[in-house]
Ligand binder design. Structure first.
Ligand SMILES: [Zn+2]
Length: 179
């Protein structure tokens, strides 16, 4: 695969679930088109679309859900007509603060140029410093446009962060210093 997206996927696949928020799982990140549920939110749907999305369940077995009404339940062969509403995760129904995103707050990661990333620990940093690979601390202000640029670069290049820095530092990089 051209670009860095495959590496990013590999890294997420090998990431321990303990870094994720309790209401998230890796499946939602790696397979963003899975059917809707509290832990499996399609990544590209806005909050508005999620909250206003209609689903239809089987009122007999309660096991199946569809995006359009009146499909046949695969188990009961009855029309799925029960209109279902989406419930977003909240402190009230999860029992902990819901920040959005996937990773627990206050975690620090080292991100390589090809977007491979690892939890920041002395064990990982020391070998990199010895190799003189040049670790920089970049502070970025990321919005949707910046994220789309990163995504685009990740499909084209294995030096995503270098290219991003070169092309967009004036827009999105607020500071850059050697670690
Ligand atoms: Zn059914």
């Amino acid at each position: 695969m051209v670009g860095s997206l495959a590496k990013l996927y590999e890294t997420i696949e090998s990431l321990s679930e303990s870094y994720l928020l309790p209401n998230q799982n890796k499946k939602a990140l790696l397979n963003p088109r899975v059917p809707i549920s509290a832990t499996e939110i399609p990544l590209l749907l806005s909050d508005y679309e999620l909250h206003n999305r209609e689903s239809y369940g089987c009122s007999n077995c309660h096991l199946f859900v569809a995006d359009v009404p009146n499909l046949m339940c695969p188990r009961c062969n009855q029309k799925m007509t029960s209109a279902l509403s989406y419930v977003p995760p909240s402190p009230a129904n999860t029992g902990f603060p819901v920040d959005g995103g996937f990773i627990k707050g206050l975690m620090t990661f080292i991100v390589k140029d090809n977007l491979e990333f690892m939890p920041m620990s002395t064990k990982d940093v020391v070998p990199l410093l010895k190799k003189k690979e040049g670790i920089l601390e970049l502070r970025l202000m990321l919005d949707v446009q910046a994220a789309m640029k990163l995504l685009q670069l990740s499909l084209q290049s294995k030096t995503v962060l270098t290219k991003f820095y070169k092309d967009y530092s004036s827009q999105y990089v607020t500071s850059c210093q050697p670690l």
